[in-house]
Ligand binder design. Sequence first.
Ligand SMILES: Nc1ncnc2c1ncn2[C@@H]1O[C@H](COP(=O)(O)OP(=O)(O)OP(=O)(O)O)[C@@H](O)[C@H]1O
Ligand SMILES: O=C(O)[C@H](O)COP(=O)(O)O
Length: 398
Amino acid sequence: MAAFRTLDDVDVSNKRVLVRVDLNVPVQDGKISDTTRIERIKPTITELADKGARIILLAHFGRPKNGPDETNSLKPVAEVAAGIFGRPVAFVPDCIGDVAEASAAAIQGGDILLFENTRFHNGEEKNDPEFAKALARSGDIFVNDAFSAAHRAHASTEGLAHLLPAYAGRTMQAELDALEKGLGNPKRPVVAIVGGAKVSTKIDLLQNLVGKVDALVIGGGMANTFLAAQGIDVGKSLCEHDLAETARSILKAAEQSECAIVLPTDAVVAREFKANAENQVVSVDAVPSDAMILDVGPQTVGAIAGWIDKAATVVWNGPLGAFEIAPFDKATVAAAKHAAARTTDGGLVSVAGGGDTVSALNHAGVEDQFTYVSTAGGAFLEWMEGKELPGVQVLKQT
Ligand SMILES: Nc1ncnc2c1ncn2[C@@H]1O[C@H](COP(=O)(O)OP(=O)(O)OP(=O)(O)O)[C@@H](O)[C@H]1O
Ligand SMILES: O=C(O)[C@H](O)COP(=O)(O)O
């Protein structure tokens, strides 16, 4: 973290502080269904407000393509954020121009404004320097607290940092600290657990991990591709047969870098992809030709628990089975509980991220017991792939 400046390095009193946050929260039936991202930024907002900063929140919402539209407006988020922060949050219907600048000029220390969706302007995603300059006119300094949007080189995540003195917010700082412990400079042995549906969405991630970790546990649907690549018949399971060669090259790279690969040895199979479908546990070399693997089996869970016991650090992305439908959540829940217990009692550093992974940990009831659970989706994956995130990179340079 010494690589860039934080809120410890600046006097924010009475300054107009443009704070990039991630308010891209899920909405169901017109209501925000999960406020975790808003809760996560509260420490930064509280600190800035207590120090007398004039706070202006910048954020995107959804992926609007044709300018302003009501469904992607941040207006409803202002009220929810105010409830969580315990302070009024005034909504401003644009993020640039006269209204925005006049509102930012008028607020007092400790006040909070939320500017409308930055993506309502084309310049945001293009990282247009003119648009970034227009944003910068409302602020004296820039604080980026949106790790989960840091994989985007947009005007409000990257461009602004070239125009104003730039700092990492407390949430960004905590996220980067945790990720540094996870893969940057981890306590060894490091065990990565990667699951989820497909190999195709995680090739870069797997390739990066085998060069960095001591053991890689592969579960979920993607394990089927690895099993098939070794000549195992996986029946009707989800399997990317065209990626057999890629899977073999990942196994080879793992062998060269002495990374142990842990693949399922048994599996829970069913003939239907639905809750409570009739199911049985079989060895992976005895999957019936008309059945599909929907979870890893108990023997595999035992092996994964053994690896968690050996680990000083666990990084996790992707569920081990189709955890949304019982009973195919069993392995994910058991492994999550085991990692949580080892974190609480045994000093394990456990870092997890990814949309479905967070839901799975929530479902297991252990989200709070992990060392760190990232709310980032794409940004967490890119970090696991070993990529530099533009929004983080620019903070290091400025
Ligand atoms: N054996 C399996 N067969 C079919 N689907 C599976 C299997 N194992 C896991 N899945 C599915 O994989 C999906 C999650 O994978 P994904 O790679 O999207 O996770 P993630 O990276 O945490 O999430 P996100 O992509 O939202 O950030 C779940 O919907 C789960 O049902
Ligand atoms: O939800 C996210 O992962 C972030 O807010 C980034 O959103 P995006 O994928 O639309 O850029």
